[in-house]
Design a protein around this ligand. Structure first.
Ligand code: CA2
Length: 183
């Protein structure tokens, strides 16, 4: 069973209570329930966490290395400031999808830059809570495809090696034949 860690950054615990015109009316609990429901349908184990602390997010990302196959993260304001979160994601090397409820590229200039995008396999923004569900489907797809590729890689390599050996053998036969013909 695939295991995915979902991380929500600072202030996302306030979802549904304020700034509804930007972040919508859904609470974080309702969003987490929708993610868990889809995870069940996809047979994925999800662990959902929210923190207002950069250090705590970094620690969870570091710990994910041994426990999870991928990460979905809305780093919230840390998206635009945190080299520490970027470095942690790069260090663990787990496929990571960055999600934002709002379209950060349509908002203030300081929200246009993401330190996370460069180490993520993709970024989804502007689609509200649906963005998390798309991220889960996309990461699930990414992980199952890369697992399938890993499984088929071995026989493909042996086929190549077998072909290579045959080609080498026939090349040396050619050489023997041509050497033979010189003599
Ligand atoms: O659009 C997003 O998901 C953001 O990551 C949300 C962050 C913001 O700093 C990013 O630029 C874009 C802010 C999260 C604050 O969430 C609140 C929710 C309800 C009420 C107040 C804040």
């Amino acid at each position: 069973m695939l295991r995915i860690q979902v991380l929500h950054g600072p202030n996302l615990n306030l979802l549904g209570t304020r700034e509804q015109s930007i972040y919508g009316t859904q609470s974080l609990d309702a969003l987490d329930s929708a993610i868990s429901k889809l995870a069940k349908e996809l047979s994925v184990k999800v662990d959902l966490r929210q923190s207002n602390s950069e250090g705590e997010l970094v620690t969870w990302i570091q710990k994910a290395r041994s426990k999870y196959d991928g990460i979905i993260i809305n780093p919230a304001a840390y998206t635009h400031t945190s080299i520490a979160i970027r470095d942690a994601i790069a260090a663990v090397g787990l496929p990571t999808v960055e999600v934002h409820l709002s379209n950060i590229h349509q908002r203030e200039e300081f929200r246009h830059r993401s330190h996370i995008a460069g180490v993520a396999i993709g970024q989804i923004c502007g689609l509200g809570p649906t963005g998390y569900l798309l991220a889960l489907r996309g990461l699930h797809d990414h992980l199952t495809t890369s697992l399938r590729e890993k499984k088929t890689a071995a026989p493909a390599t042996s086929r190549r090696t077998a072909r290579g050996t045959r080609a080498l053998r026939s090349r040396s036969i050619d050489r023997v034949q041509s050497e033979g013909s010189i003599e």
